[in-house]
Ligand binder design. Structure first.
Ligand SMILES: Cc1cc2nc3c(=O)[nH]c(=O)nc-3n(C[C@H](O)[C@H](O)[C@H](O)COP(=O)(O)O)c2cc1C
Length: 229
């Protein structure tokens, strides 16, 4: 028995084989004529469908990929909190790895993995911090516990133990009991990703998927191109 076999037979339930997993995608596709005038309007349509007909769990969860100054990529999930023609907004810790990457290299990719609908949307763009006013307005809308959590965590740094985090939270809870206003942490805030291109991917049968990509022209208008699946 090889080391590999040992790993896969150690548990009594067999590990599913990903090479035989195959879903049948839908007949109905995405045509150029169906697209909205801007990618944000098209995103709004699909987002509404993901939240209603798709009944997706957290359709606002997206994978944010950044790269550091040396071009080393990293990805993580964050929640989309707002979007309009100016871009897509998420909130995070400004000392985190992603925020440090973005300070050196503002180019970013956002991927919405709407697998149950055989869809994905990929936004490629440039991230800029949201203004302090906007950050403060959103921070105040968060539950008290999340506000304290933003203070308690030095996101992405190594900590010795879970107890360190719990102790920091307990201290903050004593200082700012429920009902007391929590100040906005200076190391916390939003990023708005202004899209430069947005691809809408619709899975179709026989791997003949539809891929329509909006690309920004220098004057801010959009052209649409179709990509081979
Ligand atoms: C469903 C889900 C939603 C998340 N939402 C956020 C978020 O909105 N903001 C955030 O900073 N981290 C969020 N996280 C945690 C991040 O994935 C990540 O662990 C954290 O931001 C640190 O990333 P970094 O060290 O690469 O900067 C979320 C994780 C999951 C699984």
């Amino acid at each position: 028995m090889t080391e590999h076999d040992a790993v896969f037979t150690a548990h009594p339930d067999p590990v599913p084989d990903p090479s035989v997993m195959r879903e049948h995608y839908r007949e109905e596709g995405l045509a150029e004529a169906d697209l909205a005038a801007t990618p944000v309007q098209q995103f709004a349509r699909w987002f509404r469908q993901a939240a209603t007909e798709g009944r997706l769990y957290e359709p606002n969860a997206m994978v944010v990929s950044t790269a550091d100054a040396e071009g080393r990529p990293s990805s993580r999930t964050v929640l989309l909190k707002q979007f309009d023609e100016r871009g897509f907004v998420f909130y995070t810790n400004y000392g985190s790895r992603k925020a440090r990457d973005l300070a050196q290299n503002p180019y970013v990719s956002l991927l919405f993995p709407w697998y149950p609908m055989a869809r994905q949307v990929i936004v490629s763009g440039v991230a800029r911090r949201t203004g302090r006013e906007e950050t403060a307005a959103y921070f105040r809308s968060r539950p008290h516990g999340s506000q304290l959590g933003a203070w308690a965590s030095t996101q992405s740094s190594v900590i010795a133990a879970r107890s360190e985090l719990d102790a920091a939270y307990a201290e903050l809870e004593a200082r700012y009991p429920e009902g007391e206003q929590v100040p906005v942490p200076p190391h916390w805030g939003g990023f708005r990703v202004a899209p430069q291109s947005v691809e809408f991917w619709q899975g179709r049968d026989n791997r003949l998927h539809d891929r329509l990509r909006y690309v920004a022209r220098p004057d801010g208008s959009w052209r649409v191109e179709r990509l081979s699946p």
